[in-house]
Write a protein that binds this ligand. Structure first.
Ligand code: PHE
Length: 341
């Protein structure tokens, strides 16, 4: 009997020696200690054992089972260590390999500049009002003192859907919509997209404007000058100066074009300012009395100032961009330059 026990143990030792994976160990477990395994089936021979020997026999079988299980456990530990070692070898990380860099998005230069402009004026107490991009002939022209068929329409005349409905060619209708809905004092900015049938290196059929309007008692050209002087210092450099040149817009009287000292050469003359030292940045003026009256504001009591600036133009001046089309081509290499983390 003892020999039979030894044989089983010996056979387990030999079997385990040839094992090289956890799967094989599990198979061996079935072979030895499974339901009909070699050790378990020894118990079944109990009936052939003399009754007084049975408890000794049972104990011997259990001891054998424990011995075999501990042999398995030893082998399992060895195997696990070996497998782990192999895995470490296989999955070794080369820390000298360059990492994968994450590219993050950034604001478009037009948005950077738009936000800067809005912030500058909001810091001076302006509120923001956005009007519709599709607007009527009345708001785009008539209420701005440009009657139907008036030659002054040539300056902005553009894309019509019907005789009376069009893509707004400027943000000035924002002035009218505000004055109709708000009592003075008024201090608003109206930013947005505008559309004109123009397409070359300095004009795009869609571009962005920001309209400014102040209506209050005693608003004058001095206020306009002071306001814009402050704005250009925030937008460009502390030493930037403005210059007003007489101009014409049907909705302002007097009207001016506003120039700033060139931000590149500071007024000395360079290629950006075409040698003049000055760059034109916006159109402005004192709100025409007709416009105030048409929007229900008493022009004897109140006066207003208005200005309209092009976001593309300011962006191009600020960053030295010579072709407006680069702002709309979505070339990532170009846009990345403005990614200031
Ligand atoms: N609306 C004018 C334009 O698009 C700009 C402007 C706005 C001029 C307000 C004067 C006052 O050219």
């Amino acid at each position: 009997m003892q020999e039979q026990f030894n044989n089983v143990k010996q056979s387990a030792i030999i079997d385990l020696e040839n094992v090289s994976s956890m799967r094989e160990i599990n198979d061996l477990k079935v072979k030895y200690v499974g339901k009909s395994g070699l050790v378990t089936s020894l118990l079944r021979t109990m009936k052939d054992i003399a009754p007084e020997m049975r408890s000794t026999f049972g104990k011997m079988v259990n001891d054998l089972k424990e011995e075999v299980l501990s042999l398995f456990a030893q082998k399992e530990t060895l195997l696990k260590e070996k497998e782990l070692k192999e895995r470490f070898e296989r999955e070794k990380i080369d820390v000298t390999l360059p990492g994968k860099s994450q590219t993050i998005g950034s604001l478009h230069p037009l948005n950077i500049v738009k936000n800067k402009i809005l912030n500058a004026f909001c810091g001076m107490g302006f509120e923001i009002f956005e009007g519709p991009e599709i607007d009527t002939d009345y708001y785009c022209f008539q209420a701005l003192n440009i009657p139907k068929d008036h030659p002054a329409r040539d300056m902005q005349d553009t894309f019509y859907f019907t005789e009376n409905i069009l893509l707004r060619p400027h943000t000035s209708p924002g002035q009218v919509r505000t004055m109709e809905n708000k009592k003075p004092p008024i201090k608003i900015l109206s930013p947005g997209k505008v559309y004109r049938a123009d397409d070359d290196a300095s004009h795009s059929p869609m571009f962005h404007q920001i309209e400014g309007l102040v209506v209050d008692k005693g608003v004058s050209l001095c206020d306009l000058k002071g306001l814009l002087d402050e704005f250009v210092k925030i937008m460009f450099d502390d030493d930037t100066k403005t210059r007003f040149r007489p101009s014409f817009f049907p909705f302002t009287e007097p009207s001016v074009e506003v120039d700033v000292t060139c931000c590149k050469c500071h007024g000395k003359g360079c290629s950006l300012c075409k040698g003049t030292g000055w760059i034109e940045i916006l159109g402005a003026g004192i709100v025409n009395k007709n416009v105030l009256e048409m929007s229900g504001i008493d022009s004897n009591e109140y006066s207003g100032l208005a200005f309209g600036l092009g976001v593309e133009r300011i962006t191009m001046i600020k960053y030295g961009i010579s072709d407006i089309r680069t702002l709309f081509e979505n070339n990532v290499k170009f846009l990345k330059q403005f990614n200031r983390r």
